[in-house]
Design a protein around this ligand. Structure first.
Ligand SMILES: Nc1ncnc2c1ncn2[C@@H]1O[C@H](COP(=O)(O)OP(=O)(O)O)[C@@H](O)[C@H]1O
Ligand SMILES: [Mg+2]
Length: 325
């Protein structure tokens, strides 16, 4: 490849102070690390990985792949410390899977791990779709794409439904221009920018078949499975706990019934549907309590989702009809 057509300056001036402890990744001690545990301790990447294991339900294959990638980076750092390799590994990835399977959530954690291990300077995530990259008129796409790349430099650029960049039916689609700029930057600035392409698996496969240049730059393909009903239920527990709510006796079973019905209905979106359902249950709980204008509520009243708060969902009334509620 010749000299880069597009060079996106990393805006060093805008770099925020790294969180305490994370600075070690770029700090002087890190060059002295000679063991895996030294690198992990100095970077605190181990803590982020443990958190990922703990906070996220299921996702066993994904967690294993992330550990593999982290291992590669840690060993790479040890090699660098001995002056063995200077070339940054390519870390661009594709995250495929159905909506609500945790792609965005995991991408955020990945950005943090890459930052801790000193692979990127800032560790932030910029999430975009085609409309953020591609302009409507001639000459608009390059500046838009470059602006996004500039913002993402030092972190992760997460392109949701990336395949929409490629529209073969449209002969001179501006998406192609965005793809070409991305390809350049993914090659020339891969030591400070990781691109993650996300979306449905089948569409991404088609996209890669038509864009071998893009395909060849993606080092890691992570495929996010749908959650099993038991996992969705555990995700519900976690989400409630995070917001200081809990199921009343029997309400968890009602929610399980709810899930069984909801999974069969259109637009089911895994963990996101769980979250939406719980948001609506909280609304119903609030209305229920609101009606009791003179009662002094206990903490238990205020934190408890009753079976009736779930049972009132339209999913139960029209178990066979299309509904999202
Ligand atoms: N494994 C999981 N454990 C707990 N919560 C999860 C898990 N996966 C997803 N969620 C939650 O579900 C919601 C949707 O996840 P998200 O990452 O946006 O999915 P995607 O990007 O694949 O559509 C988020 O609120 C997230 O916190
Ligand atoms: Mg998402």
């Amino acid at each position: 490849m010749g000299s880069p057509m597009y060079s996106i300056p990393g805006s060093a001036a805008a770099v925020p102070e790294p969180p305490t402890g994370a600075a070690a990744a770029h700090g002087p001690q890190s060059t002295e690390a000679r063991t895996v545990s030294e690198v992990l301790a100095q970077s605190q990447a181990g803590a982020v990985m443990d958190e990922l294991d703990r906070d996220l339900v299921g996702l066993t294959p994904i967690k294993a792949r992330i550990r593999d990638i982290a291992a590669l980076l840690v060993i790479d750092k040890l090699r660098m410390n001995l002056g063995l390799s200077a070339q940054a590994p390519s870390l661009h990835m594709s995250f495929t899977g159905n909506p609500g399977t945790g792609k965005t959530t995991v991408a955020l954690r990945m950005a943090e791990i890459l930052f801790r291990l000193g692979y990127v300077r800032k560790g932030h995530l910029v999430a975009v779709t085609r409309d953020d990259l591609v302009g409507q008129y001639i000459g608009h796409t390059a500046p838009k794409t470059k602006e996004v790349l500039k913002r993402a430099m030092g972190g992760v650029l997460f392109i949701d439904e990336a395949y929409y960049l490629y529209r073969p039916e449209n002969e001179r689609d501006y998406g192609q221009e965005a793809i070409e700029i991305l390809l350049q930057v993914m090659e020339t600035q891969r030591d400070d920018l990781v691109v993650i392409l996300a979306g449905y698996k089948d569409r991404m496969d088609t996209f890669f078949r038509s864009n071998p240049g893009m395909s060849s730059r993606i080092a890691h393909h992570l495929d996010f499975p749908d959650y099993a009903p038991a996992e969705l239920l555990r995700i519900a527990d976690k989400l409630l706990e995070q917001h200081s709510y809990r199921f009343a006796p029997g309400a968890r079973e009602t929610f399980e019934e709810y899930l069984t019905a909801r999974i069969r209905q259109p637009h089911f979106a895994n963990a996101r549907s769980v979250r939406n359902a719980l948001d609506r249950a909280r609304l119903r709980q609030a209305s229920r309590l609101f009606a009791d204008q003179d009662r002094r509520f206990t903490a238990e009243d205020l934190t408890t989702i009753a079976a009736s708060d779930i049972r009132a969902s339209r999913v139960f009334q029209t178990a066979a009809a299309p509904s999202q509620s």
